[in-house]
Design a binder for this molecule. Structure first.
Ligand SMILES: NC(=O)c1ccc[n+]([C@@H]2O[C@H](COP(=O)([O-])OP(=O)(O)OC[C@H]3O[C@@H](n4cnc5c(N)ncnc54)[C@H](OP(=O)(O)O)[C@@H]3O)[C@@H](O)[C@H]2O)c1
Length: 420
């Protein structure tokens, strides 16, 4: 059996979960993973009342962990700058690194992997995307023979929880409050609900599937805060629901990278993953469509991914991180992409309002697939729902502005429709 001596840096939620899982599932790990994990040292700047690591040596300065006789530094402090410094220092000291930190891999992945390659060590990060639900190793190892065409990820549990509850009729604010109460959302939920968390994760998956850079250039990121309950009602009437998806798609010369809310058909696999679940759909030349779904957060799920990295490290012949000598693939210009849109309008219930809206579309030579005036919302105000023909993203902002400028229009917003 292999033996791996590890030092854990950070002593929060994930680190204590990892400690407990290594203890509780010891037999499972040793028999399935052929591995004895020896926690030699923990870097904790303060004690955590939720977990007593009994006899394990504690270092108050996390950087002192690296000086111990260990094979692997497990970085679980989160954040970017100190985590980057810690990982690079560990690498220069010839320690392998396992991390669950998407932010540091997204922002400094290229630098970190290059340094690992130069020092003959590996950096593994399975838990950085969807926690213990396999994603990284699927792309980097299991699908090695496949040309990947598209990755569609529902990668943020908080957003999925909120949207799933809104689909059932709850409003955004009360669902966000519930998510915070249940521990699914941070006290400051901005990173999750404004799409950054999902964007980091798709950036990482895209780097594996398509060799895009880490960090990638700027790409389009939009969160869920402008979605309203009524959008679910009208989307549903047309066979759609609303999800936050993060997408990486190979085009001819470039990669389309984006993270934003979309209407997707209710029959799609991802449409049916509710609550905090994460899901990924991968389209490849050899397998067709592959689905992976599971828990994307939590102590135990994250510990599962970290331990799978440790098992991989101990049992693989590979002793250094890959670096990419290939040309970095550029990102597609988001404004040059084409989408169909759902457009929601609230307008005065007066004669000629439909004509003024449709002539705005005609002026811009944008086709309408369907347009329906719904039942009066309140005294004198009617909702109008439009599904457009496909048109260029660069035209959308201008179209919405022109509709908004019509005297009879009180409110307008659009959501892209994701084709599958
Ligand atoms: N929670 C999840 O479900 C989950 C899932 C997947 C991935 N992850 C990733 O796992 C990592 C850890 O998350 P977590 O939920 O365990 O966070 P957490 O509960 O906030 O724990 C972070 C730990 O790191 C310590 N720390 C932070 N900055 C430090 C510094 N500069 N020097 C020394 N110690 C420092 C903290 O110490 P103090 O307590 O003293 O601040 C705390 O012990 C993050 O990268 C996160 O994105 C988390």
């Amino acid at each position: 059996m292999k033996n791996l001596k590890i030092g854990i840096c950070g002593w929060g939620n994930v680190a204590t979960g990892l400690y407990k899982t290594i203890k509780n599932n010891y037999d499972q790990i040793t028999s399935n993973g052929n591995l004895n994990i020896d926690i030699a040292v923990i870097g904790a700047r303060r004690d955590n009342p939720k977990c007593d690591p009994t006899n394990v040596k504690i270092e108050r300065n996390i950087f002192d962990v690296i000086n111990h006789d260990i094979d692997v530094v497990v970085e679980l402090i989160g954040g970017v700058d100190t985590a980057r410094e810690l990982i690079l220092t560990a690498i220069k000291n010839k320690k392998h690194v396992v991390t669950a930190n998407k932010a540091v891999i997204f922002n400094h992945g290229n630098e970190i992997f290059k340094e690992a390659h130069n020092n003959g060590v590996r950096v593994l990060y399975e838990s950085s995307v969807c926690a213990g639900t396999p994603a990284i190793k699927i792309l980097s190892e299991e699908l090695a023979a496949n040309k990947i065409r598209k990755i569609t990820g529902m990668l943020n549990g908080t957003s999925n929880f909120i949207l799933s509850n809104m689909e059932e009729g709850a409003n955004f604010a009360s669902t966000l409050a519930l998510a915070q109460k249940e521990g699914y959302a941070e006290p400051d939920p901005t990173f999750d609900i404004e799409g950054m968390d999902a964007a980091h994760k798709i950036g990482i998956l895209s780097s594996l599937a398509f060799r895009t850079s880490l960090p990638p250039n700027d790409f389009y990121i939009e969160g869920i805060s402008s979605i309203e309950n009524i959008d679910f009602k009208y989307a549903s009437e047309m066979g759609y629901t609303i999800k936050h998806l993060a997408i990486a798609k190979k085009n001819k010369e470039s990669v389309e990278l984006r993270a934003h809310p979309v209407l997707i058909e209710k029959i799609q696999y991802l449409a049916n993953l509710k609550s905090v679940r994460n899901g990924i759909e991968i389209e490849t030349d050899l397998l067709g469509i592959l689905h992976v779904a599971g828990s994307g957060a939590g102590q135990e799920s994250t510990a599962s991914g970290i331990i799978s990295d440790l098992v991989n490290l101990a049992n693989s012949e590979k002793n250094t991180s890959n670096i990419d000598d290939h040309k970095i693939i550029p990102l597609a210009d988001f404004l040059k992409l084409t989408f169909q849109y759902y457009i929601y309008i609230e307008a005065d219930d007066i004669p000629g309002v439909m004509a003024s809206i449709t002539s705005t579309f005609a002026d811009k030579k944008i086709g309408i697939e369907t347009i329906v005036q719904k039942e009066e919302l309140k005294e004198g105000i009617v909702p109008i729902v439009i599904i457009t023909d496909p048109f260029l993203e660069s035209e959308n902002a201008e179209l919405i502005k022109k509709i908004d400028e019509l005297d009879s229009v009180k409110k307008v917003r659009s959501i892209r429709i994701e084709p599958f």
